[in-house]
Design a protein around this ligand. Structure first.
Ligand SMILES: CC(C)(COP(=O)(O)OP(=O)(O)OC[C@H]1O[C@@H](n2cnc3c(N)ncnc32)[C@H](O)[C@@H]1OP(=O)(O)O)[C@@H](O)C(=O)NCCC(=O)NCCS
Length: 165
């Protein structure tokens, strides 16, 4: 039987064939994030929510993961988590909903931070989804501000965070 938990997982760098499973992982989690970050999300109908998700996915596809230092967590051949370092910015931290809380996100983040240190970066930055702020605080980030942006007519809020290395 496969060992349970984050220790049984392989953490490796992104490969081109990971693009579609990573897209699916992100897609599966948008519904978890958006209600926390979008003003008046509850008042949107299904069509408006779908449009918002499509707009966010389209925005995200503007960053090819292959152009970043991207780590995927693989369990039994399946990608269960991911995270990317894009310059000094941490992006695309996602862990499968059923696997959250096992330490996978932290293990991925540690690899990104180690790469940042290896590159001689003095700090890391990120735009946190509101629901993920506690996680980032746990790995040492502090709040530096807030960013709001207009996504398909909805106001989406992110918390700006940074960590000195
Ligand atoms: C945010 C996310 C990547 C964290 O990954 P995870 O694997 O669940 O996190 P871990 O299990 O590694 O947690 C590491 C630590 O952070 C804590 N933590 C995790 N999520 C937390 C949260 N939302 N609030 C407070 N603490 C949190 C854990 O309790 C753990 O603490 P410990 O070190 O004392 O044990 C994951 O919850 C996720 O994919 N969320 C949905 C997508 C998302 O919002 N991504 C961020 C986009 S900016």
């Amino acid at each position: 039987m496969a060992e349970m938990g984050a220790d049984a997982i392989e953490y490796r760098q992104f490969r081109p064939e990971d693009a579609e499973p990573c897209r699916e992982l992100i897609h599966s989690l948008l519904g978890e994030m958006l209600p926390h970050c979008t003003d008046a999300f509850e008042s949107l109908d299904d069509e408006a929510r779908q449009k918002l998700m499509d707009a966010l996915e389209s925005h995200m596809s503007g960053l090819p993961l292959a152009s970043t230092f991207c780590i995927v967590a693989v369990d039994d051949g399946r990608i269960v988590g991911m995270g990317a370092l894009d310059g000094r910015i941490v992006r695309r931290m996602y862990v499968n909903l059923q696997r959250q809380g096992e330490g996978i996100g932290k293990a991925i983040y540690r690899k990104l931070e180690a790469e940042g240190r290896r590159r001689g970066l003095q700090s890391l930055q990120l735009h946190a989804s509101i629901n993920a702020v506690g996680f980032y605080q746990r790995v040492g980030f502090g709040r530096t501000g807030e960013k709001t942006w207009n996504l398909n007519g909805s106001i989406v809020r992110n918390v700006l965070m940074a960590k000195a290395l």
